[in-house]
Design a protein around this ligand. Structure first.
Ligand SMILES: [Zn+2]
Ligand SMILES: [Zn+2]
Length: 464
């Protein structure tokens, strides 16, 4: 059995793993690499294997760094089944269509420049047509339902508590009489977070491929987060400013709406309008509502039993058209704008940041992970000047960050995750989906508990 680490190795983005066992080629995740533009273009365009020879694709969750390159895989010849949970399948439909639109727009922009330089135009990595060819390949499952890929290989999705539909994947494999329990953690959520269940840990594994985004950092409990948000909103309201929150359209945005709704109901934030400016967030929210039975008990208790919608209250407006989005800029009274993308690499958030980073009255609040080289990271790192749409802007706004809002387990919670696997039985943990500093900090903690660690580099193939 061989495992190839072709993405999210020593980085957080572009998850892509190839498992070769019993004559089958099984891909786990097929994400877009997000980072520097030139790197993105090269890395996402070509696969280090022949997509036509892949038998199965198994997907952990709908985030684009785990699914965003599937249409390109299909375009390049993959025609096998794509296995995912029911909500992941539904979210992928929305997200991949949106992603194709972005790919097409991006290439248009690049080609404008190339034309001026008399260079031949590029084709988009994939198009809407490729997405439509992809969607029928999805096969959906419930959590904890075991299914077979043939040749002694079976698969079960366990709730990872990260976003709606997110899963850790358990592979039970019989290779020439030897039994393996190979786990892919996917992105691991946090215990005691609103909406999502606590992560259902993969147990008794022989091998584990594990995310380590925050392997070196503790977030602090979520208890104080409500207070912190209430304070930030109140400050903005009384100073007459705007609160701009870049947030992933799937997961972060719904959690923010949930919290603001709860704070509003409890009269803990002033009565100011909240705009969710992301068509994808709207569509994703509809899928969240449809699967509200998957939310945790507290959410059910607060909202579902008295039959009110979690994602619908008086102050909340979903913005749909571009004109409505532009009109937000001329509102002078205090308000909140939640918009995608979370790392401020594209989408409508760029317009809101362009209009607000230079305004001392405005506050920009980051609630998710910001990868290296992204605009979000630059603002967070305190760059005095940032480029948006190629134009330099001085940063004068207030910048805030809430780590506890993360959808990723922290160091302590990651260590908790492996407690159901004994170091005697678990032969090796492969640390992925983390930047080198975080992985190395985490490695020391895990090794001190007696586990054996590997830190795969990109393109490395390991024998299991
Ligand atoms: Zn994720
Ligand atoms: Zn991820």
């Amino acid at each position: 059995m061989q495992l190839g680490f072709y993405g999210a190795a020593e980085t957080v983005t572009g998850s892509l793993y190839l498992l070769q066992v019993n004559g089958k080629n099984i891909l786990i995740d097929c994400g877009l690499y997000q980072g520097k533009r030139e790197d993105m273009f090269q890395k996402n365009r070509n696969f280090p294997f022949d997509p036509a020879e892949i038998d199965h694709l198994v997907v952990t969750h709908a985030h684009i760094d785990h699914t965003g390159n599937i249409p390109n895989l299909v375009r390049k010849g993959f025609s096998g089944p794509i296995h995912a949970t029911v909500p992941t399948t539904e979210l992928c439909e929305v997200m991949l269509r949106d992603s194709a639109y972005i790919q097409e727009k991006d290439v248009e922009f690049v080609n404008k420049i190339r034309r001026k330089q008399n260079k031949p135009p590029f084709k988009p990595i994939y198009t809407s047509k490729d997405v439509e060819d992809t969607l029928p390949l999805f096969t959906s499952y419930d959590y904890d339902e075991t299914f077979s890929l043939g040749k002694g290989i079976s698969v079960t999705f366990r709730d990872a508590g990260h976003i709606l539909g997110s899963a850790g994947i358990l592979f039970e494999i019989n290779e020439q009489g030897k039994q393996y329990r190979l786990g892919f953690s996917g992105d691991i959520g946090r215990p005691n977070m609103p909406l999502m269940h606590d992560p259902n840990k993969l147990r008794d594994l022989t091998h584990l491929v594990m995310e380590s985004t925050y392997g070196g950092r503790n977030h602090g409990g979520f208890e104080n987060t409500e207070d912190e948000i209430a304070k930030i909103v109140t400050d903005v309201a009384y100073s007459g400013g705007k609160l701009i929150i870049p947030a992933f359209a799937v997961g972060r945005t719904q959690l923010l709406i949930y919290l603001l709704h709860k704070l509003y109901d409890n009269h803990r934030i002033p009565d100011i309008p909240i705009f969710v400016d992301s068509p994808m967030a709207y569509k994703a929210t509809q899928i969240f509502i449809k699967h509200r039975d998957l939310f945790d008990r507290e959410t059910q208790r607060i909202f579902v039993t008295d039959d009110r919608s979690i994602f619908d209250f008086k102050n909340l407006t979903f913005i749909e058209t571009v004109d409505e989005s532009k009109a937000l800029n001329s509102i002078s009274y205090p308000h909140i704008i939640i918009s995608a993308s979370g790392m401020a690499e594209g989408g409508r958030i760029l317009h809101h940041l362009r209009n607000n980073v230079g305004n001392r009255k405005s506050t920009v609040l980051f609630v998710g992970y910001a990868a290296k080289h992204t605009l979000a990271r630059k603002i967070l790192d305190g760059d005095p000047v940032v480029k948006i749409f190629g134009i330099e802007h001085k940063v004068k706004c207030t910048v805030k960050k809430l780590d506890s809002f993360s959808a990723h387990a922290d160091r302590h919670e990651l260590l908790q995750y492996i407690t159901h696997c004994s170091p005697e039985k678990l032969e090796k943990i492969y640390l992925v989906h983390g930047e080198p500093e975080q992985i190395n900090l985490f490695k020391d903690a895990v090794q001190s508990q007696g586990y054996t660690i590997a830190i795969p580099t990109e393109g490395e193939v390991m024998e299991l």
